[in-house]
Design a protein around this ligand. Structure first.
Ligand SMILES: CC(C)(COP(=O)(O)OP(=O)(O)OC[C@H]1O[C@@H](n2cnc3c(N)ncnc32)[C@H](O)[C@@H]1OP(=O)(O)O)[C@@H](O)C(=O)NCCC(=O)NCCS
Length: 163
């Protein structure tokens, strides 16, 4: 996978993630849910330890693209990813995969410096280049203002909780 810098802002470099980044992707995901107040320590730990095989398989099947914001060669400030989900052709998008943005996380010491914006723009730009008609996501309270400012709009999704 290509790991060259995709864009930079001051001293922040955005690079694509590889299969070697799974531990850091899982750290972001655990911290993201923790900051969102979703789950307790036990369920977050359980999620983290169950995640390795999922990401290994998903990356191996070319169903995930990720990006890290780097402040130094080995210093990750945050990350984001696009899950490529199987989807039947729809009137506005005939390709059989849909782009779903997830795993957006910036470490607290690096927040409010535009890093999430840089990451989100890099991932959306990739989706545009790949020909996707839309990018979907579920927004946290902290993430919503950023997504709104980038043009994301609420959709008609509904959900029935089964437990
Ligand atoms: C949401 C998050 C990724 C934002 O990261 P960030 O690097 O601080 O965001 P940016 O600096 O790029 O800010 C982009 C915009 O987001 C909004 N924003 C960021 N932090 C905010 C905050 N604490 N309160 C209100 N708005 C905020 C602002 O609109 C900001 O635009 P501005 O710079 O013009 O004010 C970060 O707070 C985070 O990791 N939170 C925990 C995990 C999470 O909620 N992830 C999103 C899951 S959907």
């Amino acid at each position: 996978m290509d790991t060259k810098p995709l864009s930079s802002q001051d001293r922040i470099l955005v690079r694509e993630t590889t299969v070697d980044d799974i531990a850091e992707i899982v750290r972001h995901r655990r911290a993201m849910f923790e900051d969102m107040g979703v789950g307790d320590a036990r369920s977050l730990d359980r999620m983290a330890s169950a995640s390795g095989p999922y990401w290994q398989e998903t990356i191996a099947q070319d169903c995930y693209r990720g990006w890290f914001a780097m402040t130094a060669p080995k210093q990750v400030a945050g990350g984001v990813g696009i899950l490529l989900q199987s989807s039947p052709p729809r009137p506005w998008e005939v390709q059989s995969r849909r782009a779903y943005l997830l795993n957006l996380y910036v470490y607290p010491g690096h927040r409010r410096q535009g890093i999430a914006r840089l990451l989100t723009e890099a991932s959306v730009e990739w989706c545009r280049r790949e020909g996707f008609a839309t990018v979907s996501l579920h927004a946290s309270e902290l993430g919503r203002p950023l997504y709104q400012s980038l043009g994301f709009e609420p959709t008609n999704e509904m959900r029935l909780k089964l437990r």
